[in-house]
Design a protein around this ligand. Structure first.
Ligand code: ADP
Ligand code: NA
Length: 344
């Protein structure tokens, strides 16, 4: 039986926060560890996507290495998964071009991430014109590059958040268009399906009406995966809860308290409702102490491993090189078939 091809990517943003870990990376690790022998599990750090926004080359170069070290430290295992830098495999851009020529511009115009960028620009410049120099063509076409990332491996399953649903639909559309245009058997590209992550949305510690994010200027609103025990402790003690007595799980009315319970539950691998049970007759102080301790317990091993890997750039470079070889081996098979089908 042919296995699944599981594929996902992450931007080279360097050090991640707890939301990234619980919402994305921990799910990747689970998929990797639960994969069947016939499955192929592929993760990439997408440097080409990063270029859609202005980048400082020195920082970008450090961030992509930190991202690789993070993935490895938190459990991505190069002997089980193909892990590589997107920009080490030229197939992505080649396929992206071919798919570009199959994409109606109207479809890209309707992409909500593009529309929200456009709207954000319009608001920023109020009545004046949109500063189109900030809206580069890469930002407009990056859903096509994303489709190419996926289709280059003829991926069948893509674990990404719900914000990516529309982009994944484009990938399916393009797979289907390609099949119907060029493949006599009309099934060369499988239509990739979205593996929706069981929602583990981590909220900001300072404003539990929004998610924990790297874009918040308040660094105490997020736990970084490299935070020390005392940094974790300080941030959790400062987390916004509410003035209701006791600890109950009620995300609607008690988002701050419930967020801490969710974090605790995620660290322990239980449901938040279950974690809540032990706080009968206890208060926020008890909960916070336990959250800090659970986070430290979960993060201390990977944090040490991250530091170790960061100091072994040679090893990281070797993992990246070997990952790229495996990735290329797979995508070159796709590309020779594609080239033949399109007549080039
Ligand atoms: P940020 O919001 O910090 O900029 P990204 O947009 O770079 O994070 O997201 C990288 C990955 O982490 C995505 O898969 C996203 O769904 C996940 N993610 C980001 N923030 C959270 C969060 N607060 N809770 C759960 N998952 C998150
Ligand atoms: Na973001």
């Amino acid at each position: 039986i042919p296995g699944r091809v599981i594929f996902s990517g992450i931007q080279p943003t360097g050090i991640l926060h707890l939301g990234n870990y619980l919402g994305a990376i921990s799910n990747w690790v689970k998929l990797q560890n639960e994969a069947l022998p016939n499955d192929d599990v592929i993760f990439t750090i997408v440097g080409w996507h990063a270029l859609t926004l202005p980048q400082n080359p020195k920082e970008l170069s450090a961030s992509r290495r930190d991202m690789l070290a993070t993935l490895l430290a938190f459990g991505i295992d190069p002997s089980k998964s193909v892990v590589f830098y997107q920009e080490d495999n030229q197939c992505h851009v080649e396929l992206s071009w071919i798919l570009s020529c199959l994409t109606p511009i109207g479809k890209l115009n309707r992409m909500t991430t593009w529309k929200s960028r456009l709207a954000a620009k319009r608001n920023a410049n109020d009545e004046s014109e949109v500063d189109e120099s900030m809206l580069n063509a890469g930002l407009f076409t990056y859903p096509i590059l994303q489709a190419a990332d996926i289709l280059a491996y003829r991926a069948t399953h893509v674990p990404v958040g719900e914000d990516q649903t529309q982009h994944l639909e484009l990938s399916r559309d393009l797979a289907d268009t390609f099949n119907r245009t060029f493949d006599p058997r009309k099934r060369f590209f499988p239509l990739p399906s979205q593996l929706i992550t069981p929602t583990k949305r981590v909220l900001s510690l300072k404003d539990p009406s929004s998610k924990m994010s790297k874009s918040s200027p308040d660094v105490s609103s997020r736990i970084m995966l490299t935070d020390t025990a005392s940094q974790i402790d300080r941030k959790i003690r400062g987390a916004v809860t509410d003035s209701i007595q006791g600890v109950t799980y009620d995300p609607e009315n008690r988002p701050g308290t419930s967020n801490l319970l969710s974090i605790l539950a995620a660290c322990e691998g239980v449901e938040p409702q279950v974690a809540a049970q032990r706080y009968e007759g206890k208060g926020h102080g008890d909960l916070k102490k336990d959250v800090s301790a659970a986070l430290e317990e979960m993060l201390k091993g990977p944090r040490g491993e991250f530091e170790r890997l960061r100091n072994d750039q040679e090893y990281l470079a070797r993992v990246a090189r070997e990952g790229a070889e495996k990735a290329k081996e797979r995508s070159q098979r796709t590309m020779s078939a594609v080239r033949k089908m399109i007549g080039l």
